[in-house]
Design a protein around this ligand. Sequence first.
Ligand code: TA6
Length: 276
Amino acid sequence: MTGDPAGLPKLRLSHPSGGRAEVYLHGAHVTSWVPAGGSEALFLSRAATFAQGTAIRGGVPVIFPQFAALGPLPKHGVARTQPWERVDDGDRPGAVRLRLRDSAETHAVWPHAFVAELAVEVGDDWLSIELTIRNTGDAAFEFTAALHTYLRVGDVRRASIEGLHGLRYRAGKEERVDEDRSLIVNGEVDRVYLNTPPDLVVHDPQNARDFLLRARGFADTVVWNPWAAATAALPDMEDDEYLEMICVEAAQVGAPVRLDAGASWTGSQRIRVQPA
Ligand code: TA6
């Protein structure tokens, strides 16, 4: 385990093939993933802050128990700013399992008993992240969630996303159908696609690679790029960095998950990189 300049503990995962990843206990936040023989596949802002109580800009923030500002809780819930603990015994260098339990701090914003676990594993050309939520209280609760994955692309204006054609999406208060064959980002995009198919492809021609995304358990997909103006307003992102990223998030937003006492829910995202 190592720490960043702010002293937050970070775990390094490595697969015998050379694939590697980095995960902070803070937020159970994956901040780096390098496939074997490849280059960094996740975006992490040069201006990201690493501090208790704030979220890291980039990588894969874990969003729970509320997506965005769609409810009364702090934006994107509490999981991404809490210290998680490692619960596996560290015998697999490419894998880690982290846990967050409800605490006085989580009760201050969300009065429910839960255990969240995040299993992260890196392989040769893939990264797998699996989130499990268990209701450890004696009454049902509802939540929304996401793996808010920031993919690194060479130039977002040349990238495209396949698999969303014909699907309904929400953008703010509006609901529309995506008529485009493939989604090309050339302005601010903030969409919640509802009931998406499990497999999506993100083309990154500048880096001559494709990301193959496979979601399980999460019904929806969020696509986000803040573009120039909104990026300029973000204190933890450099002005031109929106060109280097696209968020394609495995999400459960349209229909909140209802968990009875003692019940569990699991959602995962597996990303494979392959040469274009
Ligand atoms: O997932 C998209 C989104 O909800 C956007 O609306 C945008 O605000 C983004 O998340 C990032 O949120 P953050 O709180 O990390 O600045």
